[in-house]
Design a protein around this ligand. Structure first.
Ligand code: FMN
Length: 255
């Protein structure tokens, strides 16, 4: 019981440590939260272009820029998927890891599928976070999705067909962007610092330090989703994992 209370307390107090006098940029990074409730205020084309530029100018391995961004207004999303953008956001960008363009130029890539995949996913992830931060800097809010509303890697086969993705293109996540409808909910709990920060060598007992965090996830989920549970969410995720794994293997084991 004391443990539950301790973890409940953590949910309300576990905020990032922001040194006083920090720069606006640092505050923006540490205060960013995923937003899941958008107003119907539109986003200007100029803001979308700025967000795309933040993605395009992200760093990448050997500057290979292994990404593609597929943009949607709400109307275009409805045309393609027959429903609104998740959380009623006015705009969405599907962020793909992409080695399709490079294969002709660098045929040796055909011999290193696991390496290509690792770099492509890493680079596209950097672009995604650059875009997220650009949206924040413009006063917008966003959330990256990979499951909700069939928006990412867990629905790879579905998105490949809908978006006409060629070989070597992996739909990692959909960044949905808009103006927040209301204040953001609490901060999802972070794993303890001692589990993820290590000195000198890898600490292979770090997994055993996650029990409290797991309980915090369950309690936090119940507070924000009274009719559901973190268990159900994990179950749903698990039910899609095997198919997604199979599709990714098919894609990147091709020679
Ligand atoms: C690649 C990726 C995929 C995600 N997929 C989903 C999703 O499908 N549905 C959702 O509600 N949130 C999704 N999220 C948001 C995470 O749940 C969120 O980042 C995490 O709980 C931490 O919360 P915060 O972003 O507010 O700090 C995703 C985040 C990332 C980076």
């Amino acid at each position: 019981m004391i443990k539950i209370l301790k973890n409940l307390l953590y949910l309300f107090t576990g905020k990032p440590a922001i040194p006083s006098g920090s720069s606006e940029t640092l505050e923006m990074i540490l205060n960013r939260r995923s937003c899941r409730s958008f107003s119907d205020a539109p986003i200007s084309d100029s803001d979308i272009n700025t967000i795309l530029e933040a993605g395009r100018f992200a760093p990448s391995t050997v500057n290979l820029q292994t990404w593609s961004f597929i943009t949607f207004t709400d109307a275009h999303w409805r045309e393609t998927f027959g429903r609104p953008v998740p959380f009623k956001a006015p705009a969405a960008i599907v962020i793909c890891a992409d080695i399709n363009r490079l294969q002709e130029l660098m045929p040796e890539m055909l011999e290193t599928p696991a390496l290509n995949l690792s770099f492509a996913v890493f680079n596209a992830g950097l672009a995604a976070q650059n875009m997220t931060l650009a949206a924040e800097a413009l006063g917008l809010r966003s959330v990256m999705l990979s499951e909700t509303g069939r928006t990412g890697l867990l629905d790879f086969a579905f998105l490949r067909e809908k978006l006409h993705l060629p070989a070597g293109v992996l739909p990692l996540t959909t960044l949905v962007i808009g103006h927040a409808e209301s204040s953001l909910p609490g901060i999802p709990p972070r794993q303890p610092r001692e589990a993820v920060v290590m000195e000198t060598t890898y600490d292979n007992t770090s997994g055993s330090k996650l029990k409290d965090w797991f309980q915090q996830m369950f309690i936090g989920y119940k507070i924000t989703h009274p009719l559901s549970s973190f268990d159900k969410q994990l179950e749903h995720y698990r039910s899609k994992m095997a198919d997604a794994e199979h599709e990714i293997h098919k894609e990147f084991d091709k020679k």
